[in-house]
Design a protein around this ligand. Structure first.
Ligand SMILES: C[S@@+](CC[C@H](N)C(=O)[O-])C[C@H]1O[C@@H](n2cnc3c(N)ncnc32)[C@H](O)[C@@H]1O
Length: 275
């Protein structure tokens, strides 16, 4: 009987001691594991590298990875590019694991992983957004991304933004990385002033693509080489004397300003105000 009690005590003790050991087992994420809106599959290193290179990330950037997984993009942004980085990950265990990876990589001063849902998170301060989600999720995020500061750079592994065409597509090993710059909104009518002259200017805009016209009395002259990149704009027109004028400048809300140069050698400053 004594022997039996001893065996039972030993068994009970081994179960009790085994429990904390099992609880301490490190969390091991599994590729393909379910996520809230998309499963976890890590972006391969060379694609991460290209995404951050195509966005021309520098130490002045604040990179936000939407759906951070094991934190590898935020870690690379901080470690290789010296940027501040944030990863937003819905799965609490994964977020904790990723934060552990950040600490192991020695970049806890610059990178951080937080548990959160990208669809209710504020990432408006990011200068660079990275994503490896799904086409429908990119589309759902698109209005929020388009309302970010003009010039914000966006990269996506594998998935596009439908009719918002990328500014760059890079391919490697059968995988694609896409890049966009959030454009300023210039759509509509503006009053252009170049010294003594004043003209009505109109822009039609589809994402970063612009075209337009300028009024010379009853005539609408088409713009040439109109280009928008973030908050930078350039365009040209040929005036009623047959002189081509090239404009470049910056957009700040409802104002634009910059410099122009004409075929006949004249040059100067210009401003435009949204009507
Ligand atoms: C395809 S993985 C990409 C991971 C990482 N960005 C990379 O490229 O290596 C997508 C990640 O998003 C997470 N996720 C899914 N839905 C989410 C949501 N609504 N908010 C935050 N994270 C989410 C998943 O748990 C998964 O870790």
């Amino acid at each position: 009987m004594k022997f039996l009690v001893r065996i039972i005590t030993l068994l009970a003790a081994s179960v009790l001691f085994a429990l904390p050991a099992a609880a301490q087992k490190p969390y091991e994420p599994q590729v393909g594991q379910a996520g809230k809106d998309v499963i976890w599959v890590p972006t391969p290193d060379e694609v991460v590298e290209r995404m951050l290179r195509m966005a021309q990330v520098t130490p002045n950037d604040y990179v936000v990875d939407l759906g951070a997984g094991d934190g590898k993009i935020a870690i690379a942004a901080a470690k290789k590019f010296g940027a501040r980085a944030l990863g937003i990950e819905y799965n609490p265990e994964m977020a904790k694991h990723a934060q552990g990876n950040v600490e192991k990589a020695g970049v806890a001063g610059r990178a951080r992983i937080v548990q959160g849902d990208i669809f209710v998170s504020d990432f408006s301060q990011a200068t660079v957004i990275t994503m490896y989600l799904l086409p429908a999720l990119n589309l759902k995020l698109r209005p929020q991304i388009l309302s970010m500061r003009p010039g914000t750079r966006v990269t996506s592994h594998s998935f596009t933004m439908e009719d918002w065409e990328p500014d760059e597509t890079s391919s490697m090993d059968g995988r694609r990385a896409y890049f966009w710059v959030v454009p300023a909104n210039v759509n509509g009518n503006w009053t252009l002033e170049t010294g003594a002259e004043r003209h009505e200017l109109n822009f039609e805009q589809k994402f970063q693509k612009i075209d337009g016209s300028i009024a010379f009395g009853a005539m609408q002259a088409g713009l040439r080489d109109a280009r928008l990149r973030g908050f930078a704009i350039s365009f040209a027109y040929v005036d009623n004397n047959g002189v081509r004028r090239d404009f470049s400048g910056r957009i700040t809300g409802g104002r634009m300003e910059g410099s122009f140069r004409a075929d006949n050698g004249s040059e100067g400053r210009w401003t435009a105000a949204k009507k």
